[in-house]
Write a protein that binds this ligand. Structure first.
Ligand code: C5P
Length: 223
């Protein structure tokens, strides 16, 4: 069974997806981390962010592994769990991810997780990577709320940035992610949209768990 959770930066995806996976005993897949690994490599190697061919080649050659239930990320054997969480790498991820060569190169890796009972989090999980997923969720929240969440998260990690900078970066990333030609950020037609602005993490997790239970009930009673 596959549950997809898509949405913009700061919509609460990661926290929610992780907890949903834990409750259900499913594998958790953070596809943003994969794009962040490529953004990180591109910055490190000084690759032109407009060069889709070169970025596609790097994407095909890189090895991304998850450890500790998705908490640790290894890129070509190096632990990059913290290094990929900066705003700079987030922005690079957003730039590299708009190239079709990159998206194509990373499709196989993402789909290989479909052999598990899975909670997959990203931007195009329900639309492109797992269009046949049993339960699809799209999380939203106002840009102010999302920027506040990102800001708090960054401060907690010891990264000092102003709220205005984070808001600007959130808006810029939204624009890039929703206006790109391939796999733009948008809810799948059959996704349930949840606005998390005024909800606690637990309330959102409860709602998704209820959707999964409803799906299971429907499909066990009719078979
Ligand atoms: O979710 P996260 O903020 O870690 O994602 C970083 C960037 O990676 C996003 O802004 C988006 O451009 C890209 N991304 C994507 N498709 C996904 C997941 C992330 O394009 N499935």
């Amino acid at each position: 069974m596959i549950v997809t959770i898509d949405g913009p930066a700061g919509s609460g995806k990661s926290t929610v997806a992780r907890q949903v996976a834990e409750r259900l005993g499913f594998v958790y897949l953070d596809t943003g981390a994969i794009y962040r690994c490529l953004g990180y490599l591109a910055l490190k190697l000084g690759v032109d962010m407009e060069d889709g061919e070169a970025l596609g080649r790097i994407a095909r050659g890189m090895k991304v592994e998850f450890a500790d239930g998705g908490k640790r990320v290894l890129l070509n054997g190096e632990d990059v769990s913290s290094a990929i969480r900066t705003e700079e790498v987030g922005m690079a991820a957003s730039k590299v991810s708009r190239h079709p060569q990159v998206r194509e190169a990373l499709l196989g890796l993402q789909r290989s997780f479909g052999r598990f009972n899975l909670v997959a989090e990203g931007r195009d999980m329900g639309t492109v990577v797992f269009p046949g997923a049993e339960v699809k969720v799209f999380l939203t929240a106002s840009s102010e709320v999302r920027a506040q969440r990102r800001h708090r998260e960054l401060l907690e990690r010891g990264i000092r940035v102003s709220f205005e900078e984070v808001l600007k970066s959130v808006l810029e990333r939204d624009r890039q992610d929703s206006q790109r030609e391939v796999a733009p950020l948008a809810p799948a037609k059959d996704a349930v949209v949840i606005d998390t602005s005024d909800l606690t993490v637990e309330e959102v997790v409860d709602k998704i768990e209820a959707l999964v239970k409803a799906w299971k009930k429907k499909h066990t009673s009719s078979s």
